[in-house]
Design a protein around this ligand. Structure first.
Ligand SMILES: *Cc1c(COP(=O)(O)O)cnc(C)c1O
Length: 374
């Protein structure tokens, strides 16, 4: 992802120490027998999957989790030798490679298990799996006692599939009302009982649940957004058992400065017009970098002050209105701290009607990641 070239000052600075601190602090509040599964899907929520996984492993994480087979393989390629779980459904064509690369896959349903058993018939090795139980997320997983019994029958008929874990996923663990989460947890515990033996990892909690309900931690928690220092929701932000440390800062530098002589139009659509004398700076960051077009009313930080974006955000650049003349090369923070000011992913998310998760994964690949604190 990080190319060889680095002539553009637009970069995402990732503080590996922050990731480590978040994992360490979570471990402190969890029961001692509970492990942390580091969720590094979508390139570690934009922070870099390998670097994030490594940071978590340094703090004793027991496993990394990703969404897709390719993400798992790329972690293996980059030298991660610890257990890797693919959370989403994988195609049957991936299973032999999963065995070769020692990647754990999720059993998303009865039909899949049958196809997997057919595909792997007669092989000597076995596929490591975790069974997904759908207790109310409505995405993937077996949903009832009947489905579990069918699944168990299939599993009994094959030695090629080994169940090492069972898990479920909460749909509303980040919301004020905890009733659904409690119901999901109860249903999960009830359904787990149908398995003749309890596998070594039974897990349910995502970041929100891990931070709010340590009593739902079971054998492991799947720590995603919180690992990067971002609260899953405003509700969770109010109830944090420890301070999360933000790991990513998005920065650039002023690339061009001019003073308007007259009322001058700025950017596509000419939706902004300067006053005579205004100082306008151009920044080398645009919507192809993740500065979404909808952020046209957002501010950036320059010399610790909030500076407004003006006019339409372009694909690769945008303009801001300076309070005074500033030099080209002046540091600009789009996400993160400068002086006493801070702009968070939550602020961007609120501005464009989404959640911080989406902001994190929208920071484009072409924005070079730089790591420090290792
Ligand atoms: C993404 C994901 C997680 C992590 O969720 P966070 O809210 O980021 O902690 C956990 N489990 C599953 C199944 C997921 O898909």
């Amino acid at each position: 992802m990080t190319g060889t070239f680095n002539y553009r000052p637009t970069r995402a600075i990732v503080d590996v120490r922050a990731i480590r601190a978040n994992v360490r602090n979570l471990n402190k509040i969890l029961p001692s027998e509970t492990g942390v599964i580091a969720v590094v899907k979508a390139d570690g929520y934009g922070h870099g999957a390998t670097e994030s996984a490594q940071a978590a492993f340094q703090e004793g994480a027991i496993m990394a989790a990703v969404a897709t087979p390719d993400e798992a393989l790329s972690l293996r390629d980059s030298g991660i030798h610890q257990p890797i779980l693919v959370l989403g459904p994988v195609p049957i064509t991936f299973l032999r490679e999963a065995i070769r690369q020692d990647i754990i896959v999720t059993i998303p349903g009865v039909q899949w298990a049958q196809s997997a058993a057919d595909e792997l018939q007669g092989i000597k090795e076995s596929l490591k799996t975790h069974v997904k139980i759908d207790t109310g997320m409505g995405r993937i997983g077996v949903r009832s006692e009947e489905e579990i019994l069918k699944l168990l029958e299939i599993l009994e008929g094959t030695s090629a599939i080994r169940v090492e874990g069972i898990f479920t996923h909460f749909a509303t663990a980040d919301e004020q009302d905890t009733k659904r989460t409690e119901e999901q947890f109860r249903k999960f515990n009830r359904l787990v009982e149908y398995f003749p033996e309890r596998p070594k990892l039974v897990h349910a909690a995502n970041s929100a649940a891990a931070l709010r309900f340590p009593n739902f931690a079971l054998d492991a928690v799947r720590f995603g957004i919180g690992m990067y220092g971002i609260a899953p929701s405003e509700v969770v932000a109010q109830e944090l058992p420890f301070q999360l440390e933000r790991a990513l800062q998005l920065e650039t530098e002023i690339s061009f400065v001019k003073q308007a002589q007259t009322k001058e139009p700025i950017s596509y659509g000419a939706t902004y017009e300067t006053e005579p004398g205004e100082w306008i700076a151009t920044l080398p960051i645009g919507y192809a970098d993740g500065l979404k077009r909808g952020l046209r009313n957002q501010q950036v930080l320059i010399r610790g002050r909030r500076i407004p974006i003006v006019g339409t955000i372009c694909m690769d650049q945008c303009m801001v209105r300076l309070p005074e003349r500033l030099p080209e090369g002046e540091p600009v923070v789009l996400l993160g701290k400068q002086g006493d000011e801070e702009i968070t992913m939550e602020e961007w998310a609120t501005r464009i009607g989404t959640i911080p998760y989406e902001i994190a994964v929208t920071i484009a690949r072409r924005v070079q990641r730089q790591y420090f604190g290792d």
